[in-house]
Write a protein that binds this ligand. Structure first.
Ligand code: BGC
Length: 724
């Protein structure tokens, strides 16, 4: 068979200008009904109160989907997002393959972010497992389910380093560290695509949102990003680069601008860095409507100029704005956009379609009912494992683990609401697939009473029933729509009614365990001060209740560690471990870098997490080698039960031309230790990890001292110094 490049060229030779432009268009099915505005406007009308929710539902009930079949037939569509189910995909694919002039298959995309039907923990939660092989395995089952249902492309992984808990989308990535996000992204790419993206159950990954979307000013979604190129390259680009190097077939530029140039028309990002420096050969797709939004940014006068700027910058496909399909032909005829730019875009798109095997097997979806491929027992087992490894034990004053047989007071609405367990971006989830805490208690026939957040219960008053409870498990935190896209917050404290519930529980004098569900680090200051045991559960997915009880009863020893700092309050945001020192590091003195009304440090730092056992670190050795710094540290399980410990290695370059962070994560490992057991753990800090961009934009590795740290948290003081 001819190689892919030849097949791409042969096909392009046959294409008309209109057919080429058609390939750059991704659309969704439009909703048609008894309303005159388009669907997104209708949604806005409901959100801003111009129509009631009831009116909206009534209009939706009478609406039907227009799959734009004539446009597919005419070769005017390259891709769809938002098509539901294998049958619908088969229908439109058949039109593309059998009825369009050149038979070019569609590529069907969707946001499969943390599971398709088998929803696993939100990415921020799953990142707390610090386990690339787990991240890869969960991506694999997402791909298997999605492909069975007709999806061949996911808009994931999101690897936006996020240091600001106010930003709702912090939930979708792996937290505040670049290295972790890169490893997370690369693992997801491998899991989605495998070594053979053309396999029936492989789907293309899309690394997003390129770049630095997590740095939006004040944590407000879609806001500006203004930063030096050095900071961009050191703290934000490495996670995208690592994911691209893992072979991601597609990349999605971000909504935001960087230093005044929106990413959607940023040729430095899309051409110079992504393609020329990193050698990316796949395709880029805009974020939803982002090309047309260049007009709102003030970067283009109208959609035509927006299309021209995006295309020339290196944006291959237009997600739903229609700026390309409506303007490119004229722009090319007038010479405002070069034909080479369009040809590059079309070649990128076709290359991905060939690599995905779409020309050879456009009907990769399940032939039987896709339901047969969802939620297999082994998928549920993996979802449970992922949740167990994501839940962080934040505090434990001799409360956990509990003995079975104890009478439980399960408190809070979230303890019984299945659909809330899926978290943000779980568009194919079915709420009833989830096991809530009360479901798990029921299934295990545990003696329990469920109180709602206002402490009402079905079978009697709190005062009477609480006497029969030995311990309270209080489900607190956020609902799933309180994080994710367009869900930024200026207050990240718990709602008053949850604090009120906790106060009443504490007043009983019985032990209270807080189980926190959330999509972002919350300001758990009050909870930390008042509640003796805290489990950070995130939104844990379909096996939520089972995994939580596994930890509560000690069947599984908690091992997860935070990948994002938990601020004292929102005013402290952004707060992160790899900050610089300033000339007046925070301390006791008046004129130091600190707040008058809050401590300097977060409530829980990056890398923090407890276990039912304890670990001791000793004997840190560091030695300079030709490759970098060889590090070895001993870790001993000093407690009474076996456990998994995430061993972390950091470094600091204490004197440099451009000041360096006080700590930088260099490597980590997860080890299992039996009680009393000691293991030596080795790391290599590669020479290039020590480097940075100097003021002249040269990448340099300084000679001089390097401090090396190892321990179970970013605050570890165990240190060795080497000279390079
Ligand atoms: C989000 C993307 C997502 C896209 C497609 C956008 O609003 O920013 O992350 O992939 O929608 O659904």
């Amino acid at each position: 068979m001819k190689d892919i490049e030849t097949r791409v060229r042969d096909l392009m030779d046959k294409m008309t200008l209109e057919e080429k432009i058609g390939q750059t268009r991704q659309c969704g099915p439009s909703l048609v009904g008894a309303f005159e505005v388009d669907f997104s406007e209708l949604l806005n009308m409901m959100f801003d109160g111009r129509i009631s929710k009831e009116k909206f539902d009534e209009l939706m009930a009478g609406a039907h989907q227009d799959l734009k079949e004539d446009d597919i037939r005419a070769g005017k569509i390259g891709s769809f997002n938002g098509v539901k189910g294998a049958e619908q995909v088969r229908t439109i694919q058949k039109i593309a393959v059998e009825e369009s002039r050149l038979g070019i298959p569609l590529i069907i995309g969707s946001d499969v972010i943390h599971g398709y039907r088998t929803v696993t923990p939100i990415p921020l939660g799953e990142s707390c497992a610090w386990e690339p092989s787990l991240w890869e395995r969960t991506a694999r089952i997402s791909a298997e389910e999605a492909a069975a249902d007709g999806i061949k492309w996911t808009f994931a992984p999101m690897v936006d380093v996020a240091k600001d808990a106010r930003w709702g989308r912090i939930s979708e990535g792996a937290g505040e560290d670049a290295l972790l996000n890169g490893l997370y992204g690369a693992a997801k790419v491998r899991g989605f695509q495998t070594d053979d993206p053309s396999a029936k159950d492989s789907i293309a990954a899309c690394v997003k949102h390129f770049a630095a979307y997590g740095a939006v000013e004040a944590g407000r979604d879609y806001n500006r990003v203004d930063m030096s190129e050095q900071k961009l390259r050191e703290e934000y680009l490495p996670s995208y680069k690592a994911s691209v190097e893992a072979g991601a077939l597609t990349v999605m530029p971000a909504f935001n601008d960087i230093s005044g140039v929106p990413c959607s028309c940023n040729s430095m990002l899309l051409t110079d860095i992504l393609r020329k420096e990193w050698g990316f050969k796949g395709m880029t797709i805009s974020d939803a409507n982002a090309i047309a939004e260049l007009v709102n940014h003030g970067a283009a006068a109208d959609n035509a100029e927006a299309a021209a700027k995006a295309m020339e910058a290196g944006m291959d496909m237009d997600m739903t704005s229609e700026a390309y399909i409506e303007n490119l032909a004229e722009l090319i005829r007038s010479g405002a956009v070069s034909e080479e730019a369009l040809d590059r875009a079309v070649a990128d798109i076709l290359r991905v379609k060939f690599e995905l095997g779409l020309f050879d097997d456009p009907y990769y979806m399940a032939e039987d009912d896709p339901e047969n491929h969802f939620l297999k027992p082994e998928y549920r087992t993996l979802a449970r494992e992922a949740a167990q490894k994501s839940i962080v034990l934040l505090k434990n004053e001799n409360v956990l683990p509990l003995n079975r047989g104890i009478r439980l007071g399960i408190c809070g609405d979230l303890a019984g609401e299945r659909a809330e367990m899926t978290g943000t971006w779980s568009i194919n989830a079915v709420g009833d697939d989830c096991v809530s805490i009360t479901d798990a208690c029921e299934a295990q026939a545990l003696p329990y009473t469920w109180f709602k957040t206002d402490l009402t219960a079905e079978s009697g008053s709190f005062e009477t029933l609480a006497k029969d409870c030995d311990v309270f498990i209080a489900a607190i935190g956020e609902r799933k729509d309180e994080s994710g896209e367009a869900a930024s917050r200026t207050s990240i404290e718990l709602p008053a009614e949850q604090i009120h519930m906790l106060e009443k529980l504490i007043a009983t004098g019985k032990p209270v365990i807080a189980v926190v569900f959330n999509g972002r680090p919350l300001a758990l200051t009050w909870v930390n001060d008042n509640v003796p045991a805290i489990l950070e559960a995130w939104h844990p997915g379909v096996e939520a209740g089972n995994a939580i009880l596994d930890l509560v009863f000690g069947d599984v020893n908690p091992s997860a560690k935070l990948t994002a700092s938990f601020p004292y309050n929102a005013g402290m945001c952004p707060v992160y471990y790899d900050h610089i020192n300033t000339g007046r590091p925070g301390g006791r003195g008046k004129f130091t870098s600190k707040y008058l009304d809050a401590p300097l440090t977060p409530v829980y730092p990056f890398g923090y997490g407890l276990s039912y056992t304890t670990y001791e670190y000793s004997d840190l050795q560091a030695e300079v080698t030709a490759e970098g710094i060889q590090v070895c540290v001993k870790v001993t399980n000093t407690g009474a039960c076996a456990g998994d410990e995430i061993v972390q290695c950091y470094f600091r370059d204490p004197v440099a031309e451009r000041v360096r962070p006080v700590r930088k994560l260099a490597a980590f490992d997860k080890i299992t230790l039996q009680p009393g057991e000691t293991k030596a753990v080795s790391f290599l800090i590669k020479k290039e990890q020590l480097g940075y961009w100097n003021s002249k934009m040269q990448f340099v590795v300084d000679s001089g001292d390097i401090e090396v740290y190892a321990g179970g948290c970013s605050t570890t003081e165990l240190k060795a110094v080497v000279t390079i």
